[in-house]
Design a protein around this ligand. Structure first.
Ligand SMILES: C[S@@+](CC[C@H](N)C(=O)[O-])C[C@H]1O[C@@H](n2cnc3c(N)ncnc32)[C@H](O)[C@@H]1O
Length: 511
């Protein structure tokens, strides 16, 4: 629990470090025992700059005492871990840290569930954490907590491993930076590092391309609601080497710094908290940490929930749905069944309209406009009245046989005898022809929907070659974007054309 002295120290530190707080604001204790920001007797209009935070005052991997040893990471968990180490280095320095006045006002515990299973310095009983975790089982928060990175580690496992392998050795190697300054004997611990991580998780901002994820004094004193009063303004696109907002030596290779036009204004040296709606007098002033955050996200990142959160939702993975929906489960099993895929692989390779994918649920179209084997199997199963019922492999085998016969009659055939094949009958099973038609219509409709949703609204009917020709070279980003839409559209066109031929051939036969 903080005392009044810590607020005074924080404000003093702000004055010295050019963190300028509008007198219409007051930093005080909130109803939860932490800090909050409040308006005073004056109403505050919209668009008022309420806090100006000197860029130099933020704590980042660029500005910290260990800056030479912590490589900056632009975003993601890596950025949070790097900043946690930067912050922990300053916490270890105690009163000799440049940020001491700021650090001493930070909470001593951020109660995120990541640590509920760990005994920390907290005064809470261990049962409170372990039973709470049991209660969370199967909730959205539980899913976030158990999310695994590509390396199959949970966040907590990754934090601990990173601390042991990188953080602790780095802190010990550079102990000269903080040893001897701190009061008492301070030894870095994994608990200390995890506390730093909880502070980063609950209050860091991604400010710009130079400082990246940073601890931003006073901006981080605002509590959260979905419909906020204030927001942080910063120009993200500064030089990632030196932080300059205007032209600098890093823009043009080999240009000496003397030739660089340095016209940064005084305003460019600050991040700002600005009001986005009028703020009544004598009320708490809120920021939003994200206006779509669910309670599961708020709890896991910030350690609190909102009483009523209209963003809350429940999600299912495809696997979870399939566990309770027999038909989908059976379809997924077939799609992912190596036996089925291998049985068909050989024959798929004879088709001009299908391509093989590695194991995994890959539903897509390749650069030649061919559909993936898994998408074909899925649509094949969906187009059958029998769905995924008995004998799906045999049924799919008959379907692909029919498709190959149809393909041999279309313009896609590279068979020199295709003229004669026009007259080969398609077989006597109308249900099978119907399945192939349904599948072909589905693929055409998937392609058309994708074309409709690509590019700017209304561009579907435009000739993108003309659009590209009309764009000046200076609009290089638009040109790149149009070229991407154009190339996707051409893949979709080619896929659609192949399956329209199939429709034409089958309908001519059936009709
Ligand atoms: C960016 S800080 C805000 C300032 C913080 N109250 C302090 O004491 O420094 C985020 C933390 O504030 C608290 N917090 C923010 N909004 C809250 C809310 N609506 N209800 C409860 N706690 C909140 C949570 O502890 C969260 O981890």
């Amino acid at each position: 629990m903080l005392g009044l002295d810590s607020i005074s120290l924080l404000l003093e530190w702000c004055t010295i470090n050019s963190v300028l707080i509008d007198p219409r604001l007051r930093i005080d204790f909130d109803e939860h025992g932490g800090l909050g920001v409040f308006s005073t007797e004056n109403a505050i209009p919209q668009d008022a700059t309420l806090v100006r935070i000197a860029k130099d005052s933020v704590l980042s991997t660029r500005s910290c005492s260990l800056a030479d040893y912590i490589p900056p990471v632009p975003y993601g968990l890596g950025a949070q871990i790097a900043l946690s180490l930067a912050l922990y280095g300053e916490i270890l320095k105690g009163s000799s840290s440049r940020w001491f006045g700021y650090l001493q006002a930070l909470p001593t515990e951020v109660d995120i569930p990541l640590f509920w299973g760990h005994q920390t310095a907290s005064t809470r009983s261990p049962e409170d954490g372990s039973q709470a975790l049991t209660w969370l089982t199967g909730t959205e928060a539980d899913k976030v907590l158990h999310q695994k990175a590509e390396n199959e580690m949970t966040i907590l496992e990754e934090l601990i491993q990173h601390y042991r392998d990188v953080g602790e050795p780095l802190l010990l190697r550079n102990s000269g930076i903080w040893k001897g300054f701190s009061s008492g004997s301070v030894t870095p611990t994994v608990e200390g590092f995890l506390h730093a991580y909880s502070l980063v998780s609950s209050r860091a901002f991604l400010v710009d391309a130079y400082h990246g994820l940073s601890m931003v004094p006073i901006a981080d004193a605002f509590n959260h609601v979905n419909e906020n009063h204030v927001h942080l303004e910063s120009d993200f696109n500064v030089c990632s080497e030196c932080g300059s907002l205007s032209e600098c030596a890093h823009d043009r290779d080999g240009v000496p710094a003397d030739f660089v036009n340095n016209n940064e204004s005084e305003n460019d040296s600050f991040y700002e908290m600005v009001s986005n709606i009028p703020i009544p007098p004598y009320s708490e002033v809120f920021n939003t940490y994200g206006d779509t955050l669910t309670n599961a996200q708020l709890l896991t990142r910030y350690g609190f929930t909102l009483d009523a959160n209209e963003n809350d939702n429940l999600t299912w993975t495809l696997d979870e749905v399939s566990q309770n929906c027999k038909q989908l489960g059976e379809m997924l099993r077939i799609i992912n069944d190596d036996f089925t895929v291998n049985q068909l692989r050989e024959i798929f390779s004879q088709s001009q309209l299908i391509y093989s994918t590695p194991p995994g649920l890959f539903l897509g179209i390749n650069g030649d406009g061919r559909v993936s084997d898994k998408l074909w199997i899925l649509l094949g199963l969906l187009s059958s009245d029998r769905g995924a019922s008995a004998g799906p492999t045999a049924l799919l085998r008959r379907l692909i046989d029919l498709q190959l016969l149809v393909e041999s009659r279309t313009q896609f055939s590279d068979d020199s005898d295709s003229e004669n094949k026009q007259n080969v009958p398609l077989g006597a099973d109308p249900a099978l022809s119907d399945m192939l038609l349904k599948m072909a219509y589905s693929i055409v409709s998937i392609c058309r929907a994708r074309k409709r949703s690509g590019g700017v609204p209304g561009s579907e009917s435009q000739n993108l070659g003309d659009v590209l020709d009309a764009l000046p070279p200076a609009q290089s980003r638009i040109r790149t974007a149009v070229a991407i839409v154009m190339s996707e559209r051409s893949i979709l066109d080619s896929c659609e054309a192949g399956w329209k031929d199939v429709i034409f051939a089958v309908e001519r036969h059936v009709g």
